[in-house]
Design a protein around this ligand. Structure first.
Ligand SMILES: NC(=O)C1=CN([C@@H]2O[C@H](COP(=O)(O)OP(=O)(O)OC[C@H]3O[C@@H](n4cnc5c(N)ncnc54)[C@H](OP(=O)(O)O)[C@@H]3O)[C@@H](O)[C@H]2O)C=CC1
Ligand SMILES: O=C(O)CCCC(=O)O
Length: 501
């Protein structure tokens, strides 16, 4: 890669440069990898500036990190739920106190706009606050009415052990706290692997974990880009890792599941989506446009709940399209630090290429380009940008109907009846999010019950909140994050039976 090496000055962008960390975390130590190799983190906004050089880990680094997590688990698992609640509150205070620096790191490693990065830190913080509250509530056991009068049965909830948190690059800090927060609340210790593209916010967060007073080894971090196959396998096959939580693609989810089978780990899989949006004739047009743009363009279209197939009923189709074109034209694309910019770049040149391939495939199968450049642009040297694009006349035969695009491409399909919309929406191997716009409560009640996804937004383009269970069905995975169920994923239920005769 041709690169401008700018990372020596990168830390000076932060108010607290000591949050700019480029070493892995193993217990009290900040280390290079056993491999002595490194990889570069590149700023997606120009596609060439190297903002950090990070250790390329191998299986030995994983083993060291797990050993440290295991050693700490012996004592950390014995802390009280109230102590863990207090520690998480302190960690949340530190996260919010460093919101500007964390947002800067997210803008630089991911490319999203500063407003989005600040929103992400707040979202990340909400999981810490939520699980600080849940630490005590979620630790409660139950008394069971035993059939045998001589027996007393009660349950206790205990931390499952060392957990692995495998993070995506699209919301690097929020997905870190959505996993690390409940793990620490439950009394687990964590080996965290951020995505290779976005390790900096995780490494900064690990420093805050230390400052919050957590024992060394509660949160260890290993980093990799090119050696992810070896590192991922070492984590999944390690007998002392008892649980893996992944947010990533369905392809990688299947790999992790098969690699974890030999040690029968508990798994949480938050995988890819292909979210349908259904806009009914009676929808409030302003709300539908606002919701579609939110669901489509957040993080430049790179979320697993991004609207991928926009199904619009015939009676409102043309009005909807005209309003959408007008509104999308106001989305300025560019450098995330520019306040007037609403859309940042994509994460890599590969992501730009995926958008181009989806648009080209749709056009070759009869779609119409309603908005955006023609021909579809290829990755250029000026950053990983793909311009906002609207396609109409989407059909099932197009790639975009079966694969998430992960970019700012809005693909619209007409439908006539409620049944037809449901059939198209459910014609997918995955089922994570779905959105419905209607002002008729009867339609909403019927359709939300029949949509095959883990989450449905009605008259909103935003499904995500720390208090709401996040997760999917079908090949979007299993397990729920956030909410009152999120901590259970990191616990075992132990039943204790006592003979009192
Ligand atoms: N649900 C979600 O939030 C996400 C969905 N995706 C989907 O995947 C598509 C492709 O994106 P891309 O980044 O290439 O996706 P990949 O499937 O290559 O990677 C997704 C994540 O899994 C990690 N990973 C890859 N291989 C392994 C492995 N063998 N063991 C453990 N972890 C692994 C990656 O880490 P690393 O970056 O270090 O390679 C990354 O964090 C996107 O267009 C999108 O559709 C992608 C990311 C997040
Ligand atoms: O998997 C993702 O894309 C990240 C989660 C998005 C969200 O929480 O809204």
């Amino acid at each position: 890669m041709s690169a401008t090496n700018g990372h020596t000055s990168e830390g000076s962008r932060l108010k607290d440069p000591s949050l700019f960390n480029t070493k892995i975390v193993v217990g009290s130590r900040r280390l290079d990898s056993h491999s002595n190799k490194t990889f570069d983190v590149v700023y997606p906004g120009d596609g060439k500036t190297v903002i950090a050089t990070i250790p390329e880990c191998n299986a030995q680094d994983v083993n060291d990190a797990v050993a440290s997590c295991r050693e700490t688990f012996a004592t950390f698992s014995q802390t009280t739920a109230r102590q863990r609640s207090d520690m998480l509150r302190k960690l949340n205070d530190l996260t919010l106190a460093n919101i500007d620096d964390l947002a800067t790191l997210i803008v630089r490693e991911n490319g999203k706009t500063r407003a989005e990065a600040v929103a992400e830190v707040k979202y990340a913080s909400s999981f810490l606050a939520w699980f600080a509250n849940m630490a005590e509530i979620g630790a409660q056991g139950e008394t069971i009415a035993a059939a045998n009068p001589n027996m007393r049965i009660h349950t206790m909830r205990q931390p499952i052990g060392v957990v692995a948190c495998l993070l995506p690059w699209n919301l690097p800090l929020a997905m870190a706290t959505r996993k690390i927060g409940p793990a620490l609340a439950a009394g687990c210790t964590c080996i965290v692997k951020p995505a290779g593209e976005t390790p900096l916010s995780t490494l900064a967060f690990a420093e805050l974990v230390k400052r919050a007073g957590y024992p060394d080894g509660c949160v260890n971090v290993v980093t990799t880009l090119d050696n992810v196959a070896e590192v991922g396998k070492a984590i999944c096959e390690h007998k002392h890792v008892r649980k893996v939580s992944l947010t990533g693609s369905t392809r990688v989810g299947k790999l992790i599941a098969s690699q974890s089978a030999g040690t029968l780990k508990k798994l949480s899989m938050e995988l890819g989506g292909n979210s349908p949006v259904i806009v009914m004739n009676d929808a409030n047009l302003d709300k539908a446009i606002e919701g579609v743009l939110m669901a489509k363009l957040r993080t430049s279209g790179q979320t697993c709940v991004a609207a991928n197939r926009i199904l619009v009923q015939n009676g409102i189709h043309d009005k909807f399209l005209a309003a959408l074109k007008e509104k999308i034209a106001t989305y300025k694309q560019g450098d995330g630090e520019d306040d007037s910019v609403k859309l940042g770049p994509l994460i890599t040149a590969r992501a730009v290429e995926k958008c181009r391939a989806h648009v080209e495939d749709a056009l070759s199968h009869g779609a119409t380009l309603a908005y955006g450049p023609s021909p579809p642009p290829t990755p250029s040297s000026g950053g990983f940008f793909y311009p906002p694009t609207i396609l109409t006349n989407l059909t099932s035969s197009m790639l975009i109907s079966s694969e998430e695009t992960f970019g700012p491409v809005v693909a619209i399909r007409r439908f006539e009846t409620e049944e037809e919309a449901l059939e198209i929406a459910n014609d997918s191997d995955v089922g994570l999010g779905a959105y419905l716009f209607t002002t008729d409560l009867r339609i909403a009640a019927r359709m939300t019950a029949k949509i095959e996804t883990g989450m449905v937004g009605v008259n909103t383009g935003m499904l995500s909140a720390c208090e709401s269970p996040f997760g999917g069905v079908k090949e979007s995975g299993f397990g729920r994050e956030g909410s009152k169920w999120g901590m259970e994923e990191y616990q075992i239920i132990k039943a204790v039976t006592t003979d009192i005769s």
